[in-house]
Write a protein that binds this ligand. Structure first.
Ligand code: PRP
Length: 219
């Protein structure tokens, strides 16, 4: 049976992940010219040819839009997916946005970690931090939720360590901090709404196939 040709909606996290996603889509022939205008404050864009719609959201909200079906597809960092733990299908590793989730702090905090002391952990990712310390390390800690510039935590004495994303490591280095433990590798993932996956199977599968083909090409 022919699937009804409605718009397939993409939720993209504002910023670097969105530009890298658009670059990737362009390589498989899906363009969205109006989205490239950096000065634009517009939030929703369409590609009439393929009946696609794109919107920009706060990164941490992408899995929420996808779970509720406001977007059929989303691109989010694995960090966001773990932190939000939404009911969505994670269908593909897009290979960009590679970084690591780590426990970081001054070298002196290493001892506190080793001896399972009740330490303070500052993070933008309280659920990831909690899961790591409670379920993996079986260490009781106090988690303090911050909204950014988390490196300040140990510097100003708010916390002993932080749980945060490390990409190049330069933020840590410039602030006299180091990676103390590695929690997991991260990268951009494509997520799909569970109902959309059933109702728009062919279109979504075709898209996944096209992207996968492209990603598997050498170079
Ligand atoms: C992220 C992260 C680190 C930094 C890591 O912060 O929280 O601070 O990037 O990158 P690096 O290892 O290459 O230095 P982001 O820039 O997203 O801002 P935030 O501090 O507001 O979260």
């Amino acid at each position: 049976m022919m699937e009804e040709m409605r718009y397939l909606t993409f939720a993209l996290g504002k910023g670097r992940l969105a530009s890298q996603t658009l670059e990737l889509l362009e390589k498989i022939g899906i363009t969205c010219e109006e989205m490239k205008d950096k000065k634009s404050r517009k939030l929703v864009f369409v590609n009439e040819e393929r009946k696609l719609r794109f919107f920009l959201a706060k990164g941490l909200d992408v899995p929420t839009y996808v779970e509720y079906g406001a977007a059929d597809i989303g691109v989010a960092g694995k960090d966001t997916i773990l932190e939000e733990n939404r009911r969505v299908y994670e269908v593909m590793d897009l290979g960009f946005g590679k970084c690591r989730m780590c426990v970081c702090g001054p070298q002196s905090s290493m001892e506190l970690l080793k001896h399972h002391e009740r330490i303070r952990v500052a993070s933008k990712y309280p659920n990831i931090a909690k899961d790591y310390f409670y379920n993996k390390k079986h260490q009781t800690v106090d988690i303090i939720r911050l909204n950014g510039s988390v490196e300040l935590g140990p510097i100003v004495g708010l916390s002993d360590v932080i749980v945060d994303i490390v990409e190049t490591g330069s933020t840590l280095k410039e602030n006299g901090l180091a990676v103390l433990e590695e929690i997991c590798p991260l990268s951009a993932r494509m997520i799909v709404n569970q109902v959309s996956m059933q109702m728009q199977t062919e279109r979504i599968k075709k898209l996944i196939y096209e992207i996968r083909e492209h990603l598997q090409q050498p170079g």
